[in-house]
Design a protein. Structure first.
Length: 203
């Protein structure tokens, strides 16, 4: 399940009264307390795969009563994940490529590391952007598809010295898994690298 979150095909795993499932319930004209009941496949289920509204990633939501029963929680989440119909090991999205010397003098974008995890103890990470050939200049832009991440820079120029960008996650959010993606783009050519990111809060 965590692999599905990291690869951006599952929207996260949440207790039913947390902000993300509550907003999903509101979009369906439901109260947060009605979400599990609406999507469960049998009366005994205490965790569900929320597959609506259309166009949004599925997410897993579980009853508050499961929070202290870790063994049952794991079993219920596995059953709910199976309902989502997602592969156990989703194909990863394209990641930042390792730096290799290009066959020509063309500037090729290298972004490292290829993925980033954030949590309570590690709320800051550093991203390195540079031309793979070691030569530039390389003008780049950086953006993310999540609101919980801020950058020390959103654009810059890398030459023989790489650009180092500090990324800071908002760890004041409710406990849960928050997946996302960074996009780094070369201004002149449009070449793009995607970097999966995830913020993990809670036990």
């Amino acid at each position: 399940m965590l692999a599905a979150v990291r690869n951006g095909v599952l929207g996260g795993i949440f207790q039913e009264d947390q902000k993300v499932p509550a907003l999903r319930a509101r979009a369906l004209n439901l109260g947060w307390w009605q979400l599990v009941e609406t999507f469960r496949t049998s009366p005994a289920r205490a965790a569900v795969c929320v597959t609506r509204p259309a166009g949004q990633l599925p997410l897993l939501a579980f009853r508050k009563s499961l929070a202290k029963d870790r063994a049952r929680l794991a079993t219920e989440l596995q059953a709910a994940f199976a309902v989502c119909g997602l592969p156990a090991q989703p194909a990863p999205v394209p990641r930042g490529t390792p730096c290799t010397r290009p066959p020509s003098s063309a500037v090729t974008l290298c972004v490292e590391p290829g993925s980033l995890d954030f949590h309570f103890k590690v709320r800051e990470r550093r991203l390195t952007i540079r031309p793979c050939s070691g030569k530039g200049p390389l003008n780049w832009r950086l953006r993310a598809n999540v609101p919980w991440l801020s950058f020390s820079a959103t654009s810059g120029t890398a030459t023989d010295r790489p650009s180092l960008v500090t990324l800071t996650a908002d760890t004041t959010l409710p406990n849960g898994f928050y997946p996302g993606q960074l996009t780094v783009t070369v201004v002149e050519t449009g070449e793009t690298k995607l970097v999966p990111i995830v913020l993990i809060l809670g036990d």
